[in-house]
Design a binder for this molecule. Structure first.
Ligand code: E4P
Length: 217
């Protein structure tokens, strides 16, 4: 399973990338706002660090304007993935941009039917939002599993990018149901290393080691 990091925080991306944890990056208008940086400038910097797909989102509502924005974003670097919303206009933009050979991530997916038509429109990635479904008391992970089944039933090669991943349990469940990619904030990716038994075991080893009076270095 690939790990994308859901942030425009360049320092956090560098830290995770140095550890081999970053297969790609996703951003959206809210993430750009949080970064306080210019979208073109910060996206260019991210693309200079990460060689995998870097999603940059269009902001217009009609297809022609989305296509123009997508083309401009794609000029930043060869690993740009143009992110378009799952609307009828977004699907038109997806069809045109993917036809030009650009990677396209169709975002804000909340149903199997939406995932189905995104695949037919040539999406490279479909982004179902797990956490936002859980927020309204629906089962985000069930959606990932259902899309997996439908894509496998018909051999669609659109990659399932489990998005709005908020917890380490979301990561485990996404892996178990066969998501191709998860995108998560840096804190969630770092928290994957945590286990209380690791902490307890280490504390005991530290105590016992001190009692030996030995040193390795
Ligand atoms: C995905 O591409 C989105 O940027 C992101 O995962 C949304 O997550 P949120 O629901 O926690 O804002």
């Amino acid at each position: 399973m690939k790990f994308f990091v859901d942030t425009a925080d360049v320092a956090a991306i560098k830290e995770l990338n140095d550890l081999g944890m970053v297969d790609g990056v996703t951003t959206n208008p809210s993430i750009i706002l949080k970064s306080g940086r210019d979208i073109l400038e910060v996206t260019r910097e991210i693309c200079s660090i990460v060689s995998g797909p870097v999603s940059a989102e269009v902001v217009s509502m009609n297809a022609d304007a989305m296509i123009a924005e997508g083309r401009k974003l794609a000029e930043i670097a060869s690993n740009i993935t143009v992110k378009v919303p799952l609307t009828w206009d977004g699907l038109k933009a997806c069809k045109v941009l993917s036809g030009e050979g650009k990677m396209v991530n169709v975002t804000l997916c909340f149903s199997v039917n939406q995932a189905l038509i995104a695949a037919k429109a040539g999406a490279t990635f479909i982004s179902p939002f797990v956490g936002r479904l859980d927020d309204i008391n629906l089962d985000g992970m069930e959606l990932i599993a259902d899309i997996r089944q439908v894509y496998d039933n018909y051999g669609f090669d659109t990659q399932i990018l489990a998005a709005s991943i908020r917890t380490v349990n979301h990561v485990t469940q996404s892996a178990l149901v066969g998501a191709d990619v998860i995108t998560a904030p840096p804190a969630v990716i770092k928290a994957l290393a945590n286990h209380p038994l690791t902490d307890a075991g280490l504390a005991q080893f530290e105590k016992d080691w001190a009692k030996t009076g030995q040193k390795i270095l």
